[in-house]
Design a protein around this ligand. Structure first.
Ligand code: VG1
Ligand code: CO
Length: 544
């Protein structure tokens, strides 16, 4: 084999964020940019010679070129085999599934998830370990350290692999297997859910669903599962053709960006069930007829109804949620008598708990839900979970939610995002909050009595690793909560996220509009952080 060692120099700014390294496509197109980062990944790994690497991405612009670069580098670095999705495509949960099923050493996923794509859009890359999950901070920090000292990367001059055809070829002494992008994942999902019962519901003629793939990676998965395997009418999937620029849209399944789906679900003739997934297929949004389910509530409903689903019928070991996610699932865990863990934002923090068998379900307020079937959040999995519940209970989405609130109380919840804020202003705002933490408890501001204030720190209960500065938490004496943190996935300026939560036990108070129910907290957040003054923004960019 003809290995070339190419001399290179460190490139600044290659520190992975919440979920890998995300930058503008034009940044990734710079000579050596991708190569440096990939070599830094390989240099952080031990004893992978002859092992299997899984490779795939969400199909966004630059995916195919990047795949060819990485295949050549994998061969030059000594991997024995690369499993790559057909056309270079694997959704994030599918990649996790393939890593586990084929006992790969690890995988590289090319995605900037919910960020826009296209020549002027975003690109991203992350490494997943042999358990199928995102590399823990220890590994991402080692990768970052390598990017700062790199002097060479290894590649070969082999020709491009034909990614259009499934099958095995050799490239510079390494086996390259182009695999079906959907099959392994779809087969796994079929073992967890009652496909007969869901299929009967979808074919009954009395129930209609609408899945919005947002022109992103889940289009083919949705066709395979909902239409081919479950027999739903073809019109049940919209925007199902993946496009390198997601059709110009923002593939983030929230009420603002999934406007096509919201229009359908709020029309006079709305289907019974709507759902959407994001760029790389790991997020989900659940919508009923004229009714939006918040992700935190969705996690709680899945936990409370898990016994209705074959894959979870024997009960949940425990549950976990990210810190800013509402405590709705905590209440379910308490009733079920199982443990509930609170982790920092990002799926990598669930990996140890899942591996150790401490938890079965996990979720984040950002529309991510998943289980121990893989080590990533899984959009289509969440949709099937909901369909399975609906097929058994035969109630509407809204009825299920209202019944849930009646039983457990309602955690009013909303996230306000201020996107593309000046970085210095955003950092100043966070520094100001941090400086006031010691003096806030005990104060009453605008009628709100503050009980606690801290910067969330987490010690992993399995391996003891510690993470600090994961978000400012302000707790009121009535149990309400405001959380402030800066996004670790954006590529332009800073994104300030403000998470607001208030618990209401009284069912007579459960019909209040969410923003109205949270209005006093919204005002308090501005008072505490000086959001308007410091960011110059009158209102959030996105409210979810
Ligand atoms: C966001 C979400 C977080 C999620 C992450 C990756 O991170 O808040 O919950 O895990 O995106 O999701 P941040 O740092 O921007 O708040 V995805 O669908 O990009 O893989
Ligand atoms: Co995603």
């Amino acid at each position: 084999m003809n290995v070339t060692s190419v001399t290179t120099q460190p490139i600044a700014g290659q520190r992975p964020g919440t979920s890998g390294l995300r930058k503008k496509v034009t940044v990734f197109q710079q000579p050596g940019y991708l190569e440096n980062f990939v070599q830094a990944i390989f240099d952080s790994l031990d004893e992978f010679k002859g092992e299997t690497l899984v490779l795939g991405g969400d199909g966004r612009f630059h995916n195919d070129a990047a795949i060819q670069t990485i295949v050549r580098m994998a061969a030059a670095n000594g991997f024995g085999r690369v499993l790559v999705g057909q056309h270079g495509i694997l959704s994030t949960p599918a990649a996790s599934c393939v890593i586990r099923k084929h006992q790969a050493f690890g995988g590289i996923i090319l995605s900037a998830s919910h960020n826009p794509g296209g020549p002027d859009g975003d690109f991203g890359i992350k490494y997943n370990t042999g358990n199928g999950g995102p590399a823990p901070e220890k590994t991402t920090e080692a990768i970052y350290a390598n990017t700062q000292t790199i002097t060479r990367y290894l590649t070969t001059d082999a020709a491009d692999v034909n990614l259009a055809l499934q099958g095995k070829t050799m490239l510079a002494g390494m086996a390259v297997e182009v695999i079906d992008s959907v099959a392994d994942h779809a087969d796994l999902l079929a073992t967890l859910f009652d496909f007969d019962r869901i299929g009967a519901l979808l074919r009954s003629g009395t129930f209609r669903m609408c899945f919005d793939a947002m022109h992103a990676v889940t289009g083919p998965t949705a066709h395979e599962i909902f239409i081919k395997r479950l027999g739903a009418p073809a019109a049940s999937v919209m925007n199902g053709v993946p496009l390198p620029d997601f059709g110009g849209g923002h593939p983030d399944p929230n009420p603002t960006y999934a406007e096509d789906l919201i229009k359908v679900m709020f029309s006079d003739d709305a289907p019974d069930f709507g759902a959407a997934s994001d760029g790389d297929g790991d997020r989900n949004m659940i919508v009923g007829k004229h009714f939006i389910v918040t992700p935190s509530d969705s996690l709680a409903v899945l936990a409370a109804n898990a016994q209705l689903v074959p894959g979870y019928a024997s009960g949940l070991k425990g549950v976990a949620r990210s810190m800013p996610t509402s405590a709705a699932v905590d209440r379910v865990a308490e009733k079920l008598g199982i443990q509930c863990f609170e982790t920092p934002t990002g799926w990598k923090f669930f990996g140890n708990l899942l591996d150790a068998g401490e938890v079965t379900l996990c979720g984040e307020e950002s529309a991510g839900t998943g289980s121990d079937h893989v080590r990533e959040k899984d959009g289509v999995w969440a949709v099937l979970f909901w369909l399975n519940i609906l097929a058994v209970r035969r109630e509407s989405v809204e009825q299920i939610l209202r019944g849930h609130w009646q039983r457990f109380g309602r955690n009013y919840y909303s996230r306000h995002d201020y996107e593309g804020v000046d970085s210095a202003a955003a950092n100043g705002l966070m520094a100001h909050l941090r400086a006031s933490l010691a003096t806030l408890p005990g104060q009453t501001i605008g009628g709100a009595a503050i009980a606690t204030a801290d910067d969330f720190a987490y010690t992993d209960p399995v391996d003891g690793s510690a993470s600090t500065a994961q978000g400012i938490r302000i707790g009121l004496t009535d149990g309400s909560r405001i959380v402030f943190r800066l996004s670790g996935t954006g590529t332009e300026g800073a994104t300030l996220r403000v998470y607001l939560e208030r618990f209401e036990l009284d069912a007579a108070q459960h019909a209040v509009e969410t923003q109205a129910a949270l209005a006093p907290l919204i005002a308090l957040a501005d008072q505490l952080a000086g959001i308007r003054e410091r960011t110059g923004r009158e209102r959030p960019t996105v409210i979810t």
